[in-house]
Design a protein around this ligand. Structure first.
Ligand code: ZN
Length: 261
């Protein structure tokens, strides 16, 4: 039997994470070794949104440089991991059992929400990867259900990886220099999140928008937070998640990571 993998959520911050040293980069660079090598990866990135569920089925996904105004060096990075059309089909079948229809996208590449963490975690780029979309309009409970539907993949040697941001206010990004201390409205939300996850309060987690302090300010839009609910839903019932990293970039981006066993 394949090794059982935890499901993981990571914060990817700005694309500069790929090249700029810092605590989150250091953490991600060690995370692959900590987890070991999965047979395949199913990534849910904030940077691929759709109305209904979709999975990527390209045999050799291209590296998508879906960001603007960053140093040239970033646009030259390639993450040539193979695609995972077999895993994509398996995910479609598992989602179908829960009544969720997912289409397969034949040519979609890897966006930076997927490849930036992955190039740090698994620099050899030899693990097949598929992506599942964030279905932003459908909200947190739906994404938790996606995770529940896919939970069984963890027993098949698959790493389920959500990539977004523990906090992500893009309008405030740029008003705070790299290394700035986080404002209280960021840390209050960040610590509510850690407490809620580590207490196993999934019902509160999916209601974060009405329960957490400054939820709308930390997530004016939800696409960077929704990838958290897929690994959270993929965690075993009754087993609380754990925060495995805490740091900040540009003051307002909490770079926290979680594992769900
Ligand atoms: Zn992002």
């Amino acid at each position: 039997m394949a090794e059982r993998f935890p499901a993981i959520f990571v914060s990817h911050g700005a694309p500069l994470l790929a090249i700029q040293p810092g605590p989150a980069r250091e953490f991600l660079s060690g995370l692959g070794k900590t987890l070991g090598k999965p047979k395949a990866i199913l990534a849910v990135s904030a940077h691929w949104e759709s109305g209904d569920a979709a999975v990527s089925a390209a045999a050799q996904p291209e590296t998508i440089h879906d960001f603007y105004g960053f140093p040239d060096e970033l646009y030259r990075i390639k993450y040539p991991a193979p695609g995972a059309p077999g895993l994509a089909a398996r995910a479609q079948a598992l989602l179908g059992e829960k009544g969720i229809a997912a289409s397969a996208h034949a040519t979609r590449g890897l966006d930076h929400g997927a490849w930036v963490p992955l190039m740090l975690m698994y620099p050899d780029a030899d693990i097949p990867v598929t992506q599942l979309t964030v279905q932003t309009a459908l909200g947190p409970p739906h994404h938790f259900t996606l995770g529940e539907a896919l939970r069984g993949l963890r027993n098949e040697g698959v790493l389920i990886l959500g990539s977004g941001g523990a906090t992500h206010n893009l309008r405030e990004f740029g008003r705070h220099p790299e290394g700035a201390a986080p404002p209280q409205w960021v840390t209050a939300f960040q610590e509510w999140l850690a407490h809620t996850i580590e207490s196993g309060k999934s019902d509160d987690l999916v209601r974060y928008r009405s329960l957490a302090p400054n939820a709308a300010r930390n997530h004016p839009t939800e696409e960077h937070f929704l990838p958290l609910f897929v690994p959270a839903g993929a965690g075993s019932p009754g087993v609380a998640g754990k925060r495995i990293h805490r740091s900040h970039t540009f003051g307002v981006f909490a770079m926290d990571a979680y594992r769900f066993d």
